[in-house]
Ligand binder design. Sequence first.
Ligand code: NAD
Ligand code: TYD
Length: 354
Amino acid sequence: MSHILVTGGAGFIGANFVLSWLAQAGADSVVNVDKLTYAGNLKTLASLDGDARHIFSRSDICDRAALDSLLKQYRPRAVLHFAAESHVDRSIHGPADFIETNIVGTFTLLEAVRAYYADLGDAEKAAFRFLHVSTDEVFGSLGPTDPQFTETTAYAPNSPYSASKAASDHLVRAYHHTYGLPVLTTNCSNNYGPYHFPEKLIPLMITNALNGKPLPVYGDGLNVRDWLYVGDHCSAIREVLARGVPGETYNVGGWNEKTNLDVVHTLCDLLDELQPKAAGSYRDQIAFVKDRPGHDRRYAIDAGKLERELGWKPAETFETGLRKTVQWYLSHQSWVEDVISGDYRNWVAKQYAA
Ligand code: NAD
Ligand code: TYD
């Protein structure tokens, strides 16, 4: 039986990827390596209970022995690396975990994979891929009229999160250049969709709106992000894994630049339509709060290379993807309730104390 090994497969994008991967006919089995931090949630994968094609290992990517043993046991034909500390605001309050997981963890994983790859036969070596899932935030912040990020844009990370991801991208690049490891890197824009932890903008706004809480917009609300539906990110990753050229990087984006205020307004309008309040609009709950320190003003992705070279295009527009997302949250309130554990509440209290 053929396997792929996925790290961080209990998180938002990793779990969406695992679910969509195993929904394909004839898909390889998945070895899912996840530490289950506050962001990991096995309930997201509940539909795979009893499915022998999903092998879950609660392991830390900093644990070399655990990685060696999983690689040896399952001999995956590819490693897809999603595991990371991923929330910018948390990285500002406490960068240490970001250094540990995103840099030391990626290094440890690369070392384990380097040793595993060295022992593969020629045919297995030719087929093997290490796909590193990264972010557009490594490119820093754009001015209002700057061109979008391309694969050749210089790195200029501004937060501890993006700096730690940039460091991991550099390590991955170096393992190709120095050791010949067949790596692929994707740099994707902001994702949204089902199973998104409600500390990030879109699920936080939906959750707060439904609970009658303020909708905290940082600063003037005019920071711009380029949004991509998570299912489209997963299809891009499958495409890059299948046909990407080792050593290359691919920008992934939805061609959807929106200000945060636009996003929040659209969410409120969708909720007004789908679950109207007794009186007034969800927009009445919008509250401008203190800005994030070092808040990047604008991200924008040119995903042209992926379209030209691999024929990938997003299936969802922002409007269709956001509507699906709001509908998913409305019909999966129990998932949200479960996620909002004590840990999450402590974090929210600290973040929004002011
Ligand atoms: P997430 O925070 O929802 O999930 C991260 C997962 O990694 C969790 O399941 C967590 O338990 C696991 N994890 C954390 N530390 C670990 C460790 N030391 N060992 C093993 N597992 C560990 O993140 P996400 O939003 O799903 O992001 C996944 C990847 O995609 C990250 O690498 C992130 O940088 C990248 N990315 C995210 C976005 C986005 O908008 N969310 C956009 C572009 C790229
Ligand atoms: P976020 O979802 O944290 O993603 P990232 O910082 O990685 O882009 O935030 C998206 C945007 O929304 C970002 O400009 C910060 C802003 N934001 C708010 O205005 N209020 C909030 O409560 C959160 C979490 C984010």
